[in-house]
Design a protein around this ligand. Structure first.
Ligand SMILES: [Ca+2]
Length: 300
């Protein structure tokens, strides 16, 4: 089986760091580039962190391409206390070995037009601003995306920003709406499943040994700084779904994005008319997912 060729669209971030480390180390993906967006810690931090993770893994041959500095229309939600000021809580990593490229949207468009249609997937680990920009500015290129697997949203679960809204879609509801309506091959990985895939201290300590596993353990240890006993691993679930869909229960749901101005902007709402039928991961074999994640991070 040939490896899936993927763009990782990301705002690292501790959670993204785990997902990127897994993708680089598991031996099952050909990572073509890391495209960045600001998330909640600023575009300079996320872009630098992407380059630092590649440097730590000896993969500075993979380009980092700077993307959206903020949402399409809204202002940034600041939850920087969760991620620490640089987004990685001062995690010790080497500096980037190469400078980032500019213009993630143009880079994605050029790549998609140069490669066979359907041969490049996108793993979306942050707000969907870059992908929405690709769809609106380069529709022919966007139509050549293989599949998009996106971490975001909360369907039956409570949100983590508002009562019903999750960070990635709450940050840029208009971008999520554009992507949903465009009708790509899109699978959502919402909080309904990611909250069930949780690291505890024992699982964390068993990762140490490989470079990827040791950095991942250091990342998870930073999560435990607040005294909690376990932490959900949101973004890595995207890679796990791509690798082994049988670990997840994927359902089809008609969903719309709340585009209002109250605390639940970006929330997913059941709807029928004028909305997209989306594939949504609603169940997960959490033990199997944790095993697959550990296997990828510790592959020598
Ligand atoms: Ca993220």
């Amino acid at each position: 089986m040939t490896n899936r060729r993927v763009i990782i669209d990301t705002d690292p971030g501790l959670d993204d760091a785990l997902a990127i480390l897994h993708a680089l180390n598991c031996g099952r993906f050909e990572v073509l580039g890391l495209t960045t967006m600001a998330g909640n810690i600023g575009i300079d931090n996320t872009t630098r962190n992407a380059g630092r993770l590649l440097a730590a893994m000896g993969r500075s041959d993979i380009p980092v391409i700077t993307g959206a500095a903020g949402p399409l229309v809204r202002s940034v939600i600041d939850i920087s206390d969760i991620h620490g000021s640089d987004g990685l809580h001062g995690l010790a990593l080497p500096e980037p070995q190469t400078a980032p490229l500019d213009d993630a949207i143009a880079w994605m468009a050029d790549l998609l037009l140069a490669e066979p249609a359907g041969s490049v997937d996108i793993f979306a680990l942050g707000p969907l601003t870059n992908i929405a920009g690709l769809i609106t500015q380069h529709p022919k290129a966007a139509a050549r995306i293989g599949q998009i697997i996106a971490m975001g949203g909360a369907v039956d679960e409570p949100g983590n920003i508002g009562a019903r809204s999750e960070f990635n879609f709450a940050t840029d509801p208009e971008a999520a709406d554009i992507v949903f309506r465009a009708g790509p091959d899109l699978t959502l990985v919402p909080l309904d499943v990611t909250r069930k895939v949780r690291a505890d201290a024992t699982w964390m300590n068993n990762l140490r040994g490989t470079t990827a596993g040791t950095i991942a353990a250091d990342v998870i240890a930073l999560y435990f700084g607040d005294g909690r006993q376990s932490r959900p691993l949101h973004d890595p679930c995207v890679m796990l779904l791509a690798l082994d869909p049988s670990l997840f229960g994927v359902e089809e749901r008609y969903l719309a994005v709340d585009l209002g101005d109250d605390g639940d902007a970006g929330a997913l709402k059941p709807a029928r008319t004028g909305t997209a039928l989306l594939k949504v991961a609603m169940q997960v074999n959490a033990e199997g997912a944790l095993d697959l994640l550990a296997k990828g991070l510790t592959r020598a």
